[in-house]
Ligand binder design. Structure first.
Ligand code: NDP
Length: 479
């Protein structure tokens, strides 16, 4: 036994993670892949890594020091279950099996429970940053037991991205907490991308600027409070010219956005938890809408407004769009953190929301300056019920809201879809409202289903005899 960490699954993510591990002081990495040719290929291509190459699960287990720790990086789903079964057979109580794939957190909860019964630790671990992150330093979101963190903590800290001197990894919480947080990370990523796309579309259609010119706008924004990886790469994508046609690449790419399902998981889970992640939901649905060409082609002639968008003061308009983007982004993150808070309460996890915002500052797709402000907000008030009510965000929203309203109304008047901008504003105004028309909905529910209601002026639960003489009676609470 010579290796302190093992990796099972040597496709792009696993091999990059294994190389990253091997490159750090103190690590010796055992590797295993179902198809042995891939193992040999990796060893041959990277002799500097000093991999301990193994051809069977028995050999793999024998090559690891105890407690053994192995990271699984295989195709999520059946592949993960197959590897877990194989490792449980060759590992011993106290050893650690880590799933670094994109598993649904409820699967992780199920697997953790089953593996824990054998005395082996099971850790569901979110890894963000794609191939490059895996190789150079990802943002890592491990769940699992405290016991497993003792062994894994130093190893994961050695390979994680570093942001402002701190490694982008924290023990998120028990069992499925890591995969839950990774799921919400991806949901926020969907919202952030959709908001940027809406900003681009408004500027393009409102000002007639070319993609290359708009790239300069994003590059400029990346020097201010919007500074982030996604804004940075947006400028890169907009600058790109298609080699075969000489037109901007963004005009050649088919406008149908794909998805691998983590955005949908975030929204499905939010619906179950009763958390309004409307920005993430609109972003997910916007991808769905884009991907139905048969519906779009028959809808093209639907009536729209008479006039196209015309903008008199281009600079002022672009600044309005920037502020609308910033305000909507605050809403998206606030909603995402709300989902983590609700998930933690539901599943009994103790999650430090400030620590989560800090580990997203490096390595991952949503890395941004702005996450420091979220960390500040939770440092100040750890149990803040609504993130966007923290002083920094209140100031920013106060500064942005007039522009945000102008942009949403301009887009609606001109017939430009801005689902994430407008739903974020509606959420904001819903939160702010003194009274909501939910009172009327309660009245309707009581009318057709005797669902009862509460009153603002006295305790108790009430029902109006709608089909009788319409007097009010005290009722059982059937909310
Ligand atoms: P793939 O998802 O393409 O999976 C291929 C690997 O899975 C191969 O090593 C394959 O072995 C192995 N495998 C599949 N089925 C089995 C099985 N039944 N038993 C044993 N091994 C099996 O690899 P990626 O590297 O793209 O992703 C790995 C994981 O990381 C996935 O869960 C993915 O969701 C996640 N992830 C991916 C990111 C990305 O940017 N790609 C980012 C973050 C997470 P063989 O060679 O024998 O076929």
């Amino acid at each position: 036994a010579a290796a302190n960490i093992g990796v099972v699954g040597l496709a792009v993510m696993g091999s990059n993670l294994a190389r990253n591990l091997a490159s750090r002081e103190g690590n010796t990495v055992a590797i295993y892949n179902r198809t042995p040719a891939k193992t040999e290929e990796l060893v041959g291509a990277h002799p500097e890594a000093g991999f301990v190459s193994t051809a069977t699960y028995e050999e793999f287990a024998a090559s690891l020091v105890k407690p053994r720790a192995a990271i699984i990086m295989v195709k999520a789903g059946a592949g993960t279950d197959a590897v877990i079964d194989a490792l449980v057979n060759v590992f011993e109580p106290g050893d650690i099996i880590v799933d670094g794939g994109n598993a649904l957190f409820t699967d992780t909860i199920r697997r953790e429970k089953a593996v824990r019964a054998t005395g082996i630790n099971y850790v569901g671990m979110g890894v963000s940053g794609g191939e490059e992150g895996a190789l150079l330093g990802p943002s890592i979101m491990p769940g699992g037991s405290d016991e497993s963190w003792v062994t894994l903590g130093p190893i994961l800290k050695s390979i994680a991205a570093v942001a402002e001197g701190e490694p982008c990894v924290t023990h998120v919480g028990h069992d499925g907490a890591g995969h839950f947080v990774k799921m919400v990370h991806n949901g926020i990523e969907y919202a952030d991308m959709q908001l940027i796309a809406e900003a681009y579309d408004l500027i393009r259609r409102g000002t007639g600027r070319t993609p290359a010119e708009i790239a300069e706008v994003f590059a400029e924004w990346n020097r201010g409070e919007l500074e982030s990886y996604l804004i940075e790469i947006t400028a890169e994508v907009l600058r790109q010219v298609d080699a075969s046609t000489g037109t901007p690449l963004v005009d050649i790419i088919l406008d149908q956005a794909g998805a691998k399902g983590t955005g949908a998981w975030t929204v499905q889970t939010a619906l179950d938890l009763g958390v309004p992640v409307s920005g993430i939901a609109e972003a997910t649905f916007a991808r769905s809408l884009s991907s139905h060409p048969e519906q779009r082609s028959v809808s093209r002639d639907l009536p729209g407004p008479q006039d196209d968008l015309t903008v008199d003061d281009v600079d002022a308009f672009i600044e309005d769009v920037r502020l609308a983007l910033f305000a909507s982004k605050i809403v998206a993150y606030s909603q995402g953190f709300d989902e983590i808070r609700a998930g933690a309460a539901q599943y009994g996890w103790s999650i430090d929301l400030g620590a989560v915002s800090k580990i997203w500052r490096g390595g991952c797709i949503i890395r941004a300056q702005f996450l420091n402000r979220i960390a500040d907000a939770y440092a100040e008030t750890p149990d803040l019920p609504v993130l966007l009510t923290a002083p920094y965000f209140v100031e920013a929203l106060g500064r942005a809201q007039d522009a945000w309203r102008r942009i949403v109304s301009t887009a609606a008047t001109a017939g430009l879809p801005s689902p994430a901008f407008s739903s974020s504003l509606a959420y904001y105004d819903g939160l702010r409202a003194d009274r909501l028309p939910a009172a009327l909905i309660q009245g309707q529910r009581d009318f057709f289903g005797a669902h009862t209601y509460k009153r603002i002026d006295k305790e108790g639960t009430f029902h109006t005899l709608w089909s009788g003489d319409r007097t009010e009676i005290e009722a059982e609470d059937t909310h």
